[in-house]
Design a protein around this ligand. Structure first.
Ligand SMILES: NC(=O)C1=CN([C@@H]2O[C@H](COP(=O)(O)OP(=O)(O)OC[C@H]3O[C@@H](n4cnc5c(N)ncnc54)[C@H](OP(=O)(O)O)[C@@H]3O)[C@@H](O)[C@H]2O)[C@@H](O)CC1
Ligand SMILES: [K+]
Length: 499
């Protein structure tokens, strides 16, 4: 698991620790970690050309002290100072070690950045707010043309450490060396996409840090239920899916596919005649039943351990009757797609005792949260909105997007680390809801089922997009377009990667 803390909590922990340490000791720990990563990234420190981009705060101080350490090992270190403020003792240390200062305004600085063997970005760290101002923005921009390695100090400048938001220009680092704990913005896009490889340097904050605000699981943190020899199909979990209609059948097919390949002991599918016929043909392992939109519909389907309702269902009165009927059961229910649109006008249906999982994209969440919230606002501040949704809707909320987030009230938000840009294609959401429904039916707690489903779904998409693995595994650098059905097909391979 990678743990991330909000900026305020990082500062509080730093304060507490600093009070027990000699002055400047913490910054020296940070600078030592940064310098040692830089030294590892360079073929040879002696004679290497290193450029420091230095802002006016402590982030610039870290860069200056790290530069001084590299200069003492024989690197040729030049600092470009952004603005008139600078960390005085850090600059003094660099100068004493033989480093020099370049004029930050001219083409000199740009050329130095472009041709250096390594650039350290120390413009802004956790103290950066809003879009980068000049000359920071221009300096950040010229790192795009850097031929050498770009290493961000703590946070790529221009990325909001607390949320991952990027307003305007931000440094795109090859490596980010972060101190003490991850910051949420290093795990959540668009910020996460600017970090490259993130290295965490232990500066001793551990005991002073509270519980994390955000966590990102690794494969080994996820446990999916594995059938024991004595498990029959009922014990493995039966998932009921209410999806599709006479006009839209694809969503139902994909949702059932996600559930079948998601390890459900049995899938019970219920809909109107046409989708039922199609599901029988494509997924003979599912038990498909024609239902009328009536309050007793769930009882007619047979016994299940969890429900999925919504994909391709439509949003009319009939759909509303079915969503209501399913939510009135005392079983875990996952609501997706059209079901969420229905819920936006019937939030009263969310008052229930059994777990409810909602899987909206930003547009659907905007409708659910009501007036004043737009899709754009949610896209820009995903962490804040997924938390708010979990609290206001009393549900486990999985917010889909380039970084999928899973939130439950009073728990750290989970960040999904898998996925690919090719996943943003029609029908993949239906696969996800079927898969998550299967895991819910297997008895996983709602937040774990949603987290594991997002992980497996994103991994299956990556495997499908990368094609058959070569001798070194899947080549993720050469991905191709995929369909939602390809994701279904790749699910078994994704399951095999989990312990
Ligand atoms: N505390 C500790 O013990 C430890 C802290 N550590 C390090 O300190 C870092 C935090 O340092 P910090 O608090 O000084 O803030 P920092 O990230 O340098 O940014 C402030 C500067 O940026 C500027 N600025 C802001 N926004 C801007 C914008 N949009 N565009 C342009 N400029 C902008 C702002 O200017 P101002 O707005 O004040 O004019 C000010 O000059 C942390 O990330 C870690 O690296 C480590 O050494 C471990 C121990
Ligand atoms: K930085």
């Amino acid at each position: 698991m990678r743990y991330a803390h909000e900026v305020g909590k990082v500062r509080a922990a730093e304060q507490a620790l600093m009070a027990r340490l000699p002055e400047g000791a913490l910054m020296q720990r940070a600078a030592a970690g940064l310098a040692s990563t830089c030294a590892r990234l360079l073929p040879r420190v002696y004679g290497a050309r290193v450029v420091l981009l230095v802002g006016g705060g402590d982030n610039g101080g870290d860069a200056l002290y790290a530069g001084a350490r590299l200069a003492r090992r024989g690197a040729v270190v030049e600092a470009v100072l952004a603005g008139s403020k600078v960390h005085g003792p850090g600059l003094e240390a660099l100068r004493s070690a033989g480093g020099r200062v370049l004029d930050g305004s001219g083409q000199n600085a740009e050329r130095a950045v472009e041709t250096a063997d390594l650039v350290i970005d120390g413009l802004t760290g956790i103290g950066g707010t809003g879009a980068l101002r000049e000359p920071h923005a221009s300096l950040a921009r010229c790192t795009e043309y850097a031929e050498g390695v770009v290493v961000a100090c703590d946070v790529p400048s221009g990325v909001d450490a607390g949320s991952g938001r990027v307003d305007g220009v931000a440094v795109r680092a090859d490596v980010t060396v972060t101190f003490g704990t991850y910051k949420p913005g290093l795990l959540i896009d668009p910020g996460a996409a600017h970090c490259g490889v993130v290295e965490l340097v232990d500066i001793g904050l551990g005991a002073d840090l509270p519980d994390p605000d955000v966590v990102a699981p690794w494969a080994e943190d996820l446990r999916v239920p594995r059938p024991a020899p004595e498990s029959d199909k009922y014990r493995r979990g039966v998932v009921g899916i209410v999806a599709g209609g006479e006009r839209y059948t694809g969503a139902a097919m994909l949702c059932v596919g996600g559930a079948v390949r998601g390890g459900a002991g049995m899938v019970r599918f219920a809909s109107s005649p046409h989708p039922v016929e199609l599901v029988r043909q494509r997924w003979p392992e599912a038990v498909a039943t024609v239902i009328e939109p009536a309050p007793d519909a769930p009882a007619k389907v047979g016994r299940v351990q969890a429900w999925v309702v919504g994909p391709g269902l439509g949003t009319d009165r009939k759909a509303e009757t079915l969503v209501e009927a399913v939510l009135r059961t005392d079983l875990p229910v996952l609501v997706d797609a059209d079901g969420l649109t229905v819920l936006a006008r019937r939030r009263d249906l969310l008052r229930r005792d059994a777990p409810t999982v909602l899987t909206p994209h930003a547009g659907e969440l905007a409708r659910l949260l009501g007036p004043g919230t737009t899709r754009e606002l949610i896209e820009a501040r995903r962490l804040e909105h997924v938390r708010r949704a979990a609290a206001e809707l009393s549900a486990t909320v999985l917010l889909k997007g380039s970084t999928t987030l899973v939130a439950e009230e009073d728990r750290p938000v989970r960040v999904n680390p898998t996925g690919t840009s090719w996943l943003a294609t029609a029908g993949t959401g239906d696969v996800l809801s079927g898969l998550a429904g299967a895991l819910l039916a297997a008895g996983m707690p709602a937040i774990d089922a949603a987290t594991a489903a997002a992980y497996l779904h994103g991994l299956a998409a990556r495997l499908a997009a990368a094609g058959p693995p070569g001798p070194d595994g899947p080549d993720l650098g050469r991905q191709a377009p995929i369909s939602a059905l390809d994701v279904v097909t790749a699910l078994p391979e994704a399951f095999r990667t989990l312990g």
